[in-house]
Design a protein around this ligand. Sequence first.
Ligand SMILES: [Cu+2]
Length: 349
Amino acid sequence: MKTRLIVATSLVALASTGSALAHATFANGPVAVGAYVAATLQVPHGCDGKATNEVRIKLPEGFISAKPMVKPGWEIEVIKGDYQNSYDNHGKAVTSGPVEIRFKNGDLPDDFYDTFTVYGKVAAGDPATGLAFPTVQLCGADDKVSWEEIAAPGQNPHDLKGPAPVLQLVAAEGDEHAGHGTHAGHGDQPAAADAHAGHGGHDAHAGHGDHMAATNPGGFEAVTVGDLELTAGFTKAMLPGQPVGGGFVTITNRGASDDRLVSATSDRAGEVQLHEMAMQGDVMKMRQLPDGIPVPAGQTVELVPGGLHLMFFKVAEPFQEGQSVKVTLTFEKAGNVDVVLPVGPAKAN
Ligand SMILES: [Cu+2]
């Protein structure tokens, strides 16, 4: 075990030494999930001969309460916004804060190296992927260098042309949730490496406790529409201040043609996404399924805790046990189907 750890560490060290020659990278070693860190971004050069005047650093979901370190010669702009999830910070729910830091009107000549530091808390993050901070260097009005690409699952970050700087993470020690992020809901939005970049993918997985386990309270009224039969639907109660949660239903396709669950909506949630959780090596990962969930002819697809699921985001009033939540599922062929999900207990029995 110890040997493996040492090998892994030296590989990381090698990798960052190599990439530091060209790419924007963090000077930091691995940071424990839950810890505060002064994340120091190293910017090794300008834009092809031109000096860099502005460095824009997007802060990933899970990196909260950020403060830029003052930097003589540079103006600093802090852009604030809502986090996708709510984070517990010393008993207080944190739902918004800085989401981007811009160091502006400075001068970093192409032949020089400089660092830009942002202090903050890693409230959630996946040690398997680290936290990516998409960064852009602007050089005058027309030139820029982008470090915004994020490796897709299984992709080698070194294959990317403009990889986003990644803050390496380790699981919080002694934390029973280690490896599953915090209990802060889905603190897991490293930007997607696909078309949804900028709006965040779903690779890591804080808050999986959420819907790794859940108890079906029963009482779901089965719905049949065309060839599809929907059974075993339910969701679970959310804790105060927790704006996300999972939803589950079993879909049987009795027809001869394939169908597909393409989207879902609910009055109770600002957004409903289709997700999957799956083991990747030793780590349970969650990701959004932008292409929906196929329901092949003659087959049954189960959305269940720990597997495929609906993910409710931006829930203004947390679901309470005993309530029911109306959800409209949209299928490619069967069209819109309304289901009413009974709300089970917050904790699995
Ligand atoms: Cu999810």
